[in-house]
Design a protein around this ligand. Structure first.
Ligand code: 48H
Length: 263
């Protein structure tokens, strides 16, 4: 390789570029059409579909990475499964997969490949992402969820005596709870007696996926649930390490949001 000469840029210019661009984007997304809490498979899918339809959408994720449980297929093994018809979404994302042996309608893909393609698809479509940002509370106007209250994830890890850092609020027309088993947004409404989450049911793969998609809906005015948060809210059976319903539920959550927004 020939000698490479990088542009003569200073340390302060690099810092300024990060601060200025982050602040500009953050300020722009303080008010948005849809906020998705949780960047796992259902949240990323919903974000991709909404952004592709021209909706202004922000994904909030408490980790410094996206993908949630989609990086692994189960039991620390990185092969993913989906059941038909969800392989069509793998086709849309350009994820290679194969049918498993003689089991009709069961497909296997490499989890890192599928997860990185989904993240890229959400970013390519124009969804914006706030990492290391955790849900603290909801904004509630006239009995309608109208945004979220967030704080840096690191703040919750500080010792209590130095953790006196107030959160900030972000307003939106709709919020999507895509926080998986935690159903964190749903729980904020439950804490106030505004609804009752039934808690996730036991394993029954054959029933679970259809039911999760069927129940993906507006659970409370302004709040749509998707993915495993649907199971936790409605007490539906779980499906274990198969992800078709997460992808299809994310797609449906986006459709529900688009209809509500009248886009
Ligand atoms: C900010 C948060 C907060 C918070 C959580 O767990 P996920 O992968 O969720 P889904 O529903 O998209 O997919 C579920 C799937 O991974 C799974 O667990 C399955 C299919 N289980 C079946 C079974 O039977 O067990 O992603 C949720 C994301 C994660 O990235 C979290 O870090 C994030 O949400 N998150 N982000 N603030 N309070 N809580």
């Amino acid at each position: 390789m020939k000698a490479v000469e990088f542009s003569p840029v200073s340390e302060s210019q690099i810092t300024r570029a990060i601060v200025a661009e982050f602040a500009k984007e953050f300020e722009n997304y303080v008010e948005t059409e849809v906020i998705i809490v949780g960047g796992g498979p259902s949240g990323l899918m919903a974000g991709k579909e909404l952004a592709a339809s021209g909706v202004k959408v922000l994904i909030i994720e408490r980790n410094n990475y996206l993908g949630g449980g989609f990086w692994l297929g189960g039991f620390l093994m990185n092969k993913l499964t989906v059941r038909s018809p969800a392989e069509r979404i793998l086709d849309e994302l350009g994820v290679p997969y194969k049918e498993y042996g003689k089991v009709k309608g069961l497909y296997v893909a490499d989890a890192p490949h599928a997860c990185s393609k989904l993240i890229a698809a959400a970013c390519d479509a124009g969804a914006k992402i706030l990492n290391m940002t955790a849900l603290d509370d909801v904004v509630l106007h006239n009995e309608k969820v109208s945004g979220v209250v967030v704080n840096w994830t690191a703040v919750s890890a500080l010792p209590r005596e130095i953790a006196c850092v107030d959160p900030v609020s972000l307003e939106s027309k709709l919020v999507i709870d895509a926080t998986g088993h935690d159903a964190s947004v749903v729980k904020k409404l439950e804490e106030r007696g505004l609804l009752k989450a039934k808690g996730q049911g036991a394993m029954w793969v054959e029933r679970s996926e259809d039911l999760v998609v069927e129940h993906t809906s507006e659970l409370y005015p302004g709040l749509i649930v998707t993915g495993m948060a649907v199971s936790a809210a409605y007490g539906l059976p779980r499906m274990g390490p198969t992800f078709g319903a997460m992808l299809v539920s994310g797609k449906k959550a986006a459709e529900v949001a688009i209809e509500k927004l009248g886009v």
